[in-house]
Ligand binder design. Structure first.
Ligand code: AMP
Ligand code: MN
Ligand code: MN
Ligand code: MN
Length: 306
């Protein structure tokens, strides 16, 4: 019944002009570079975005701000605007969720220090993953994963690349399913930042906190309502309504949630590189009409055609 209501609503929420005219979406507020688990360097990522018609791009590497300076310089060279972002790993009620920060100040000490602690935790977790994989018969994964993570954080994606290289699975999707998710041999329980910490680091630095890809959290409607309420009460600004990992029905569903909780809406591809992405840059539809864009009052909004 609820699904039926959402479907009905998502049909009512018509798309705005750029999608109807098939123009590229000119804003993309979620992307990754080699500083986290993307395949393009910050400079190449910006170039790619510019080539795909994106005019306002947020680089949102996992738990790391170190690509932002070079990305901003590249954006200036390509005549596009770089939004300084980050995607923070959070543990909420024993589940991992992601909070994107937009327009953050990388020099804000609580943000920089908080992320530094998360990165230290990632090294500890990597050892745990490698030990667990070793028990399952996979050797050399710690060194192998770090080899794929030369520039920045260590993540499960780097373990996935090592496992694929060694022939344990054919692609990223299969390797996560078989080895790296809860209940599988290479999963290692880890405590990330608190939701309240992530939101306060972002908002304290002058940024907007955005709940990333809510449709990917498989914990039921009751928990989703609790999360949205808590996130909003902590000072969260927006949720990702249009993201590469949402279905068109989920655009409508989360547009409704945004409205219900008086939250703005965000849009981003979650691009990880050629062939490693849900959707190419510049291909996402605009937000459903009725959504308040998180960028509405930003000066960069002037750069976007309507
Ligand atoms: P980590 O933060 O180290 O746990 O790694 C999380 C990253 O792994 C996400 O940002 C995705 O890029 C990737 N990832 C997570 N789950 C999957 C999956 N099922 N298939 C492919 N990539 C995934
Ligand atoms: Mn990722
Ligand atoms: Mn994420
Ligand atoms: Mn992401």
């Amino acid at each position: 019944m609820l699904n039926a209501v959402f479907c009905y609503d998502s049909q009512l929420l018509t798309r705005q002009s750029s999608n109807i005219l098939n123009m590229p979406t000119q804003i993309d507020l979620h992307s990754h570079s080699t500083i986290s688990d993307g395949l393009l360097t910050p400079v190449d990522l910006v170039k790619h975005a510019a080539e795909k018609g994106v005019r306002v791009l947020a680089l949102t590497d996992h738990d790391d701000l170190s690509g932002l300076a070079e990305a901003e310089q590249a954006a200036n060279e390509h005549g596009i605007k770089l939004i300084k972002g980050v995607e923070i790993s959070v543990t909420w009620r024993k589940r991992t969720i992601h909070v994107v920060g937009l327009n953050v100040d990388p020099s804000y000490p609580p943000l920089a220090e908080g992320l530094s602690l998360i990165r230290e935790g990632r090294h500890h977790r990597a050892k745990g993953i490698a030990a667990a994989l070793e028990k399952a018969g996979v050797e050399g994964s710690l060194e192998g994963a770090y080899r794929h993570a030369s520039e920045g954080i260590i993540s499960r994606t780097h373990f996935a690349r090592y496992l694929i290289e060694k022939g344990y699975a054919k692609d990223t999707k299969a390797v996560f399913k078989r080895y790296l998710v809860k209940g599988k041999p290479g999963y290692f329980e880890h405590q990330w930042a608190e939701l309240s910490e992530a939101v306060s680091w972002i908002t304290g630095s002058g940024g907007a906190a955005v709940l990333a890809h809510p449709g990917r959290y498989d914990f039921g409607r009751t928990n989703m309502l609790l999360l949205l309420e808590e996130f909003r009460n902590l000072g969260g600004a927006a949720i990702e309504v249009v993201t590469g990992s949402h279905t068109p029905d989920q655009y409508g569903e989360y547009a409704k949630y945004a409205k219900q909780f008086d939250l703005a809406s965000s849009l981003g591809s979650d691009y990880h590189g050629p062939g490693h992405t849900y959707i190419e840059m510049g291909k996402l539809p605009d937000l459903p009409t009725g959504c308040v864009p998180v960028w509405r009052d930003w000066p960069e909004a002037q750069l976007l055609e309507h």
